[in-house]
Design a protein around this ligand. Sequence first.
Ligand SMILES: C[S@@+](CC[C@H](N)C(=O)[O-])C[C@H]1O[C@@H](n2cnc3c(N)ncnc32)[C@H](O)[C@@H]1O
Length: 237
Amino acid sequence: MPDPIAVNSMFGRIAHRYDLANRVLSGGIDTYWRSRLVDAVEYWRPRNVLDLATGSGDVAFALARKLHPSVRIFGMDFCEPMLERAETRKARRPALYSGVEFIFGDALEIPVAEATFDAVTIAFGLRNLASRPRCLAEIRRVLRPDGHLFVLEFSQPWRLVRPFYSFYLGRVVPRLAGILTGDRRAYEYLGATIDQFPEREALSAEIGEAGYGDVRESAMTMGIVALHSALRQPTVN
Ligand SMILES: C[S@@+](CC[C@H](N)C(=O)[O-])C[C@H]1O[C@@H](n2cnc3c(N)ncnc32)[C@H](O)[C@@H]1O
């Protein structure tokens, strides 16, 4: 499992070029993946949303553009340079993003009272955590009964495309990202964490074991990315 201190310092080092690297390395398709997540959230008409591991705020901003302006959106991360980048982006469009607030916090110990949010999102974050069960339990705690969890994450692609994808991840991405961000090692780490991440069905099972109901999964872009959603069921006494 990733070491949180190393993860924090790595994202701190690449924060200034994180968005550019995402767009270039994914050929821009990462914005489509996040838009699918946002559409899924919108369906449930939440009054407030917590975006965990928000990074530079891509999901939080996409939610603000799509949801009703009265919806409160909180972006949380434990990496200060990432949050600074998110604040800079927010300051460029203060009216549009007035409902978005960025907060420092650890996804393994969310500094929020229980049953606070209608929805919690985590995009490309779960893979970087030292303990997925701990994070899923924390999310469950801060969700209201009948609230929804949404996980957007890299997954294991279709078998036919795996050799090409492995080559791209292992050989092309570190070199290209090294040029873009000056930190080739960070993107070697990316490939390793994607390789070790569970298949869609296994992640659904983990979410179910963490006490959620109605767990659903959908694959995108030949299975490279998956969107999982789940319901925080009311506790039965
Ligand atoms: C790959 S980025 C994803 C950012 C954003 N969600 C996106 O869609 O681009 C992963 C983020 O997770 C954050 N992160 C990793 N572990 C964390 C933790 N324990 N608590 C809070 N944030 C964490 C990192 O600081 C980083 O900003």
